[in-house]
Write a protein that binds this ligand. Structure first.
Ligand code: SF4
Length: 228
């Protein structure tokens, strides 16, 4: 029997396209392009193979860090309790925001701290956390009533670390919820949101690998014809 390992990895790493429940939003989508999210609910598609491989490797790095936290606490006992992949839920009017915090620490003074892990191929240029990562962490903080979070960037090839503390901020939280409100309205009214990232100079690079690029760009062409 011939075994094509590359094919096994390609097929084994992929997932069946996710059919999304319109009453549940993911906290990890907080900073995502609204048009992308709309498409992902209406026309679920599997991510590109390259992205799936990057996600899978990132998850393995996160597992290593979680294991290190568990081992460290067994030896030194610095934390009262440790939780991994802690499920969180925020119930709003007609939908919920759900997520899983990578690590939640309960200290001996009963303070809860969220640790959000992000893997990167190069952390040398990271001088501050990405806005979307702050938003995601903020939602987790709200979900378990924590005031403190730490966003940790891990370089995949050598496990170098950069970490940033974030405190809960009600105004930022309310602005994030407004984005989900907008997404909810677009989905309910079956109205395509604007191509947010395409018109944002700092984020338009993400359109290059967007799985909905083709559909989105033809819509943009139609929208521009209508404007002229
Ligand atoms: S191509 Fe860009 S603007 Fe269009 S849906 Fe994807 S990320 Fe959003």
């Amino acid at each position: 029997m011939e075994i094509d390992v590359d094919k096994v990895i390609k097929k084994g790493i992929g997932r069946i396209p996710l059919v999304r429940d319109k009453s549940v939003f993911s906290a990890s989508d907080a900073g995502q392009c609204l048009r992308y999210l709309y498409y992902s609910y209406k026309f679920p598609k599997e991510e590109k193979e390259e992205k799936l491989k990057i996600y899978a490797l990132g998850n393995k790095v996160h597992d290593l860090v979680k294991e290190a936290f568990a081992n460290y606490n067994k030896i030194y006992g610095d934390f009262k309790e440790l939780y991994f992949e802690y499920p969180l839920e925020i119930s709003l009017n007609s939908y919920k925001i759900k997520g899983r915090a990578d690590i939640v620490i309960k200290t001996f003074s009963n303070e809860l701290i969220i640790i959000e892990l992000k893997s990167s191929s190069d952390i040398s240029k990271i001088s501050e956390p990405e806005e979307s990562h702050i938003w995601q962490t903020m939602l987790y903080m709200k979900g378990i009533n924590a005031n403190k979070g730490i966003i940790v960037y891990i370089e995949k090839s050598n496990l170098k670390i950069k970490q940033f503390s974030v405190s809960f901020n009600e105004t930022i939280y309310e602005n994030i919820v407004k984005r989900y409100e907008k997404l909810n309205s677009y989905l309910m009214e079956e109205k395509l949101p604007p191509a947010e990232f395409y018109f944002d100079n700092e984020k338009s690079w993400m359109c290059k690998t967007c799985i909905y690029r083709e559909e989105c760009f033809s819509e943009i062409a139609i929208e521009q014809v209508k404007l002229n």
